[in-house]
Design a protein around this ligand. Structure first.
Ligand code: HEM
Length: 251
């Protein structure tokens, strides 16, 4: 009897996470990260080949994605969901920053002008669905977007400013986290927070899988944006800029 009990105890212990969730997420999404960085739209972006119309479309899609994510996280936190409340970092919220940018690019009537793309709609539906069925999986979406924004965001801010010839920081709110003093420190405490969550290995695997799905949804959005970028810059330049595959930033 006592042997049987200690066996069960051991079994449950083994089922707990052996490797920190932050590390599993980083390792488990490396390939997806490299693939995302090598999509045509992002390759062009990184080389400063970006123009106002497709950039406006990107911000529009992101506005719908962050609105859904932040609405679901607020709702679950208000309901007292223990895991989701722990990742409800309000200083990361992007919805109002994106509203500022959309007003800048589309004017005061931005709300009646913008339209979500098909791929962003699918992404939003997934966020809403996991928030209802298995809220813990939202960690995969939260990590992929916000930690990505904190990591590559500063570089993208500089590129956008130069490419769109912006004289001030107007139109760049998306990249500005005014309530985060030090991005590196913040990422460290974020990792500590998610590593402290009571999550079994089985769930951690599902969260990493969901994070990879989040990358895929982002890549689909970029793919759809390629169409309007090619229209703006032409097929030849697009082909030239995207011909080389680059090593990923997290490899
Ligand atoms: C636009 C091109 C991109 C650039 C230049 C870029 C750049 C970077 C850099 C420099 C890091 C830091 C690596 C490190 O700390 O060792 C990073 C990390 C990260 N990026 Fe990106 N990234 C890009 C696109 C994306 C996209 C599209 C996503 C997801 C939607 C994403 C999500 C992440 C995540 C989640 C991390 C954190 C990895 C970790 O756990 O340490 N990135 N990125």
């Amino acid at each position: 009897m006592s042997l049987c009990l200690s066996g069960k105890f051991l079994f449950n212990k083994i089922k707990q996470m052996q490797i920190a969730l932050s590390q599993q997420l980083r390792e488990g999404t490396k390939k997806s990260h490299t693939m995302a960085e090598n999509t045509g739209f992002i390759s062009c972006f990184l080389k400063g080949v970006v123009e106002k119309s497709s950039y406006g479309k990107l911000l529009t899609d992101l506005y719908f994605v962050y609105s859904a994510m932040e609405e679901q996280i607020e709702r679950l936190s208000a309901e007292g969901h223990p895991i989701i409340s722990s990742i409800n970092f309000k200083e990361l919220y992007r919805k109002s920053a994106l509203e500022n940018d959309l007003r800048f690019y589309f004017g005061p009537d931005w709300e009646s002008v913008i339209e979500i793309s098909k791929s962003a709609q699918v992404y939003v539906e997934r966020i809403n669905q996991v928030a209802l069925d298995q809220p813990e999986l939202l960690i995969g979406h939260h990590y992929s977007r916000y930690i990505g924004d904190l990591s590559g965001g500063q570089l993208l801010k500089k590129i956008t400013q130069k490419a769109l010839n912006l004289k001030t920081e107007e139109g760049l709110s998306f990249y500005i986290f005014k309530d985060v003093n030090d991005e590196k420190d913040f990422k460290k405490s974020y990792r500590e927070r998610i590593n402290s969550l009571e999550i079994k290995q089985e769930m951690a695997d599902m969260i990493v899988e969901e994070a990879n799905k989040a990358f895929k949804y982002n890549m689909n959005m970029f793919k759809e944006l390629e169409g309007s970028l090619i229209l703006a810059i032409g097929k030849v330049l697009f082909g030239y800029v995207t011909k080389n595959i680059k090593k990923g930033s997290t490899e």
